[in-house]
Write a new protein. Structure first.
Length: 210
């Protein structure tokens, strides 16, 4: 597999993913578990963040400790389903800024159409995590990454809970410099562009819409 593609095999992630997949899982539980998986994925996807050593005083003595260094961080969800991953990630990295990119998939061409974009003014100075629960055709993710690069962003990671091989292939071809993190790599896309076996429409299941 491409060294830029990271598929998590952690037992907790896999267990929680099994609940997400069930069609009987309700909105509240689904939304909570999306956040829990996002937090676990964020923990691992940030393990290469740079740190520096400082000296602090504990109640007992001075101690040399490590703190984050280097670029600041930003989380950019692809609307709307990507919103379900943001709050949990902010619990781990509360100083991160949040941007939003709104894209929908044309039902005929399956290509992304942009309808909204709002990013931090200093986005080009940040390490960016693009988040979306599903990586299907890869069109929306690739378009979002392209837009960020046009804004000067040079460090981008893509976090998806479930990915299809077609989406991985598209993003890897368009953006070979971007690391892709996912909790599961599924079989394929069906004729409607849905991931198989997948979990249905993540946005509808997070927000209780049809």
């Amino acid at each position: 597999m491409n060294e830029k593609v990271h598929v998590f095999d952690h037992p907790l992630i896999q267990h929680k993913l099994s609940i997400l997949r069930k069609e009987t899982t309700g909105v509240k539980e689904f939304r909570e578990i999306v956040g829990e998986i996002a937090m676990l994925m964020c923990y691992d996807a940030t393990r290469d963040l740079k740190t520096r050593q400082i000296t602090i005083k504990t109640p007992v003595a001075e101690a040399k400790v490590r703190v984050l260094a280097g670029k600041k961080l930003a989380i950019v969800p692809i609307l709307r389903a990507g919103l379900g991953m943001v709050d949990a990630m902010l619990e781990l990295i509360p100083s991160a800024k949040v941007g939003h990119i709104g894209l929908y998939r044309d039902p005929e061409t399956l290509e992304p159409v942009e309808y909204y974009c709002k990013l931090p003014t200093d986005i080009d100075q940040r390490d960016v995590f693009v988040v979306d629960p599903m990586l299907a055709t890869g069109g929306s993710a690739s378009a979002a990454i392209t837009f960020l690069k046009k804004r000067g962003v040079t460090s981008i990671k893509l976090l998806n809970i479930i990915a299809a091989p077609e989406g991985i292939e598209r993003v890897a071809a368009d953006h070979p410099d971007v690391d892709i993190y996912c909790a599961a790599l599924d079989d394929c896309l069906n004729d409607h562009g849905y991931i198989v076996p997948g979990l249905g429409d993540a946005g509808d299941r997070i927000f209780g819409t049809k």
